[in-house]
Each structure stands twice: as C-alpha cells, then as structure tokens.
Design a protein. Structure first.
Length: 287
C-alpha cells in the first residue's frame, strides 16, 4: 500500500472508528464501495476482501454508485461470494443501474427512506466512457418501427444509418446479461428463504422463484415505466410495486445515525480528493 499523508492517516483513523461501530451493530465485516462500477474496481475489491483478518460469517456491503458495467458486477459478486455465504447490502443514498443489479446478489437489502435503487440500463465501456445500452436500443427499435410504416423523416433516416450493427449487438448482449444476472441472483440469494406462498401456504418451487425474479428484471428494465435512467426507486416502491423485501435502517438500533456519520465522512473525503472510487474496510485504505 502507498504511504499515507498525515491528512489521509487522520481520515483513515476517523473512518475506522465509525466502521468498527458499524461492524459491531451489524455483526458483520463491512466493505464500502463508493463510485462507478468500472474495470479495475473488481481487482481493488478482491485485494480488500482478501485482507480481512478473523472473518465473520457475514459481509455487509455499503454501496453508493451511479452504475457501471454488468461484467464488472459479475466479477465483484464472484469475489464476495467466494469468501462469504451471507451477503447484505446497505444503501445510504443510491445504487443505480449496475449497482441495482449488484444489490440483487445479496441475501438482504437495507435502505432508509431517502435511499434508492435505479432502473436497469446496462452500460458499455468504450474509450474510457460509459454508454447506456437501453437508450440506444429503444431509439433503434422506435426508428425501425417508423421505417416499417414509412414514417421516417430525413433527420431520422440519417440517424438510423449512423447506428452501427456491431454496437447494437453489444447493447443487446449487455441487456441480456443484466437480465440474466439479476434473475439468477434474485432467485438464488434474495429468494432463498421464500419457501411458502403467503396467500395459499403452498410450497414455492424453484421455477416460481425464477419467474418472480424475471418479473422484477422486466419491470426494472422498462424504460416506459421509469422514463429516466437517473430516477431513483424508493424502498416503498420496491416493496409495493416489485414486491421485494427491503429491510429498514430504522429497525436496527443505532444504525441510522452510525451509517449517516460514516457515509457523510466518506462522501466529503471522496469529493475533496476527487477520487474516481473509494473502497474501504477495517484493513484496507488506499488513495
């Protein structure tokens, strides 16, 4: 690890005090991920998780992200699930797009009234930039429909001709991968304790768990429902519309204050230092 400057040593010590409190409250190892889910983050998280000494049986991932690529999410889940059988996600603010897919690999999701997940719009990483797949696909499908009805104007015709088939194929594959990952993880982890239908008391089959997961994936990837990729979906909406079980921060004594204090420090630190991302555990702090 790099030699820390005095200000960084002070911040590390301060953050670790708050982190120790959170680990005691949650009775779990805590891994914090702040920033975009892009290539390189998977290696950083691997290093951080492998450094844990005296592991607990559960890891709690505090996540704040605007999204990223599904491929990196898959590697993150592989790393975390390799070391832990029980995985919880805590969302102090937002976990959008690929971050939403990431949370569905958890056994439990904890949120506050201000927390939000987001619609699933997988990103393609090209030349250091992220491009939203569903936006392109939606526009392409709209133009194709207009072309079939001979309703294209000149500007739309030029736009359609500029869309590259190879990129469209990549976008389609990104959409399918996101849907597949979310469905597999939801049915395997989040729904693992859903064994009985509440209305009929009949046993829940594996096929029914997959079907429910597919329903959730379809709703989260429905642009016409959410209208904006940046729109946050509250815990109340996740419960009422998607029928997902979401745990409350408020139900665990001292957790709301502890996570607000810790997360506030991290947010200020990342913004001041202009870090691309920040990963923190009790044994890992690199700038």
């Amino acid at each position: 690890m790099e030699k820390l400057l005095p200000v960084d040593r002070y911040m590390k010590a301060n953050l670790n005090v708050h982190l120790d409190k959170l680990e005691d409250i949650l009775n779990a190892d805590v891994l914090t991920i702040f920033g975009p889910i892009r290539t390189g983050l998977d290696k950083t998280v691997k290093e951080a998780v492998e450094l844990f000494q005296n592991r607990r049986t559960t890891i709690a991932v505090i996540l704040d992200t605007l999204g990223g690529t599904a491929e990196v999410v898959e590697r993150l889940v592989d790393v975390i699930r390799h070391h832990y059988d029980e995985v919880d996600f805590l969302i102090p603010d937002r976990a959008m797009s690929a971050g939403t897919i990431f949370t569905m690999a958890g056994d439990r999701i904890f949120m506050g009234y201000f927390s939000g997940l987001g619609p699933i719009d997988p990103q393609i990483e090209k030349d250091g930039r992220l491009f939203p797949a569903l936006g392109y696909l939606t526009q392409y499908e709209r133009l194709c429909k207009k072309a079939a009805n001979q309703e294209l104007n000149t500007a739309e015709l030029i736009l359609l001709e500029k869309l590259e088939l190879v990129e469209l194929y990549e976008f389609e594959q990104a959409r399918e991968l996101s849907h597949e990952l979310l469905t597999n993880w939801l049915s395997t982890y989040k729904f693992k304790d859903w064994n009985t239908h509440s209305s009929t008391r009949k046993p829940v089959t594996d096929k029914e768990k997959v079907q429910r997961a597919e329903e959730v994936a379809s709703v989260l990837s429905n642009n016409e429902r959410w209208h904006s990729h940046a729109r946050t979906i509250s815990r109340d909406t996740l419960r009422s519309e998607l029928r997902l079980k979401i745990e409350n921060f408020e139900d665990i004594c001292e957790l709301p204050t502890a996570i607000d204090e810790y997360f506030g420090l991290i947010k200020d630190y990342v913004q001041r230092e202009q870090l691309l991302w920040f990963v923190h555990t009790r044994d890992y702090f690199v700038v």
